[in-house]
Design a protein around this ligand. Structure first.
Ligand SMILES: [Cu+2]
Length: 353
């Protein structure tokens, strides 16, 4: 009687467990990593499939032999004494070599996988993002544009159909970057940069989280990833990048205005960065207007601009105001090249002409 009760109790617990699994599958599945959203994840899952297949074969082999032995060599009468065996060289060699071969096969497949993700698909234009773990949020920095996002308030956005290369590090303690459906997890270690990449072809959202216990709010270090179709990504990214550039521009202008310019340093810049190719100091017109008398006329050039403001604007945004008789062929990228001090020096130099 007692043993049957135990069987029933086990059955009950197994049933309750299965029910709980059915009731709360939500996030648990998303973290399983068995659905693949990216090229890399497909490879990881392929590897997982191979390991699983081998494990199943080994399971049935071992359990089969066990059941076979139990039945075939069961004790048939009370006074029966089975044959006693001590060691079997052939068998032992067999299972040692057999397992060694299995391990080698697994090693071979795994090695192939480890090498594969280091190379990006040929002819791709990857997007680079620097990922930094902080207690307790993720920072995503796009070095090409200066766009910076934080996981607590922003959605991490990347384009579909293009590899995204992540350079992962940490600003404080150890974290681990993990978006289960996209790729393996990569530890974020202070003072070290680890690279990984993924490519998602269909626009979709994914969730990820820190996978290394890092303190009180570790549970809350979540990542919302949105993979956008290329045109939508370009639109969003363009806006963010423009906002960053505008903010940098405001800073550059304000910082340059607060500095005292050195005309001698400005004269050197005039030569070195090539203003001299289009502007002359004497009364000769080259491509652009001569700088002769510029200091005196700068304040009158544009309504509402002081001489300094006009000169800074003319260097940073030459095409916003075009001197009559000229077309705007002046480079519009000086804002990216010049430091606030450079700008102040050039303005001081121009004011003296
Ligand atoms: Cu953590």
């Amino acid at each position: 009687m007692k043993s049957r009760w135990t069987v029933q109790r086990w059955a009950l617990w197994v049933g309750v467990g299965a029910l709980l699994l059915l009731l709360f599958p939500g996030r648990a599945w998303a973290q399983g990593g068995t659905q693949s959203g990216s090229l890399n994840a497909t490879d990881i899952n392929g590897l997982f499939g191979i390991v699983l297949l081998l494990a199943i074969l080994v399971f049935f082999l071992v359990e089969g032999l066990l059941v076979f032995a139990i039945i075939r060599y069961r004790r048939r009468s009370n006074d029966e004494m089975p044959e006693q065996v001590h060691g079997n060289n052939r068998l032992e060699m067999g299972w040692t070599l057999g397992s060694a071969v299995l391990v080698l096969v697994l090693f071979f497949f795994t090695l192939g996988f480890y090498q594969q993700p280091r190379g990006l698909p040929a002819n791709s234009e990857p997007l680079s993002v620097q990922v930094t773990g902080h207690t307790w949020y993720w920072e995503f920095f796009y070095p090409d544009s200066g766009v910076r996002l934080v996981s607590t308030t922003d959605t991490f956005r990347v384009p579909a159909g293009r590899p995204v290369v992540l350079e992962i590090t940490s600003a404080d303690v150890q974290h681990s970057f993990w978006i289960p459906e996209l790729a393996g997890k990569v530890d974020a270690i202070p003072g070290r940069v680890q690279r990984m990449w993924f490519q998602v072809d269909e626009p979709r959202t994914y969730v990820g989280q820190c996978a290394e216990y890092c303190g009180r709010e570790h549970y809350n270090m979540l990542i919302d990833l949105e993979v956008l179709a290329e045109p939508e990504f370009a639109a969003w990214y363009g806006e963010e990048a423009a906002a960053v550039a505008a903010a940098a521009e405001v800073d550059l202008q304000a910082e340059a205005a607060a500095l005292t310019g050195d005309p001698a340093a400005g004269a050197v810049l005039y030569q070195d960065i090539g203003c001299v190719a289009c502007h002359a100091l004497a009364d000769v017109q080259v491509v652009g207007p001569s700088f002769l008398g510029l200091g005196a006329r700068a304040a009158e050039r544009r309504e509402g601009y002081t001489a300094d403001e006009y000169l800074r604007e003319s260097i940073l945004h030459p095409c916003d105001f075009v001197v009559s008789g000229f077309t705007c062929v002046m480079p519009q990228t000086y804002g990216d090249q010049l430091s606030p001090q450079d700008l102040a020096d050039l303005v001081a130099f121009l004011n003296q002409q």
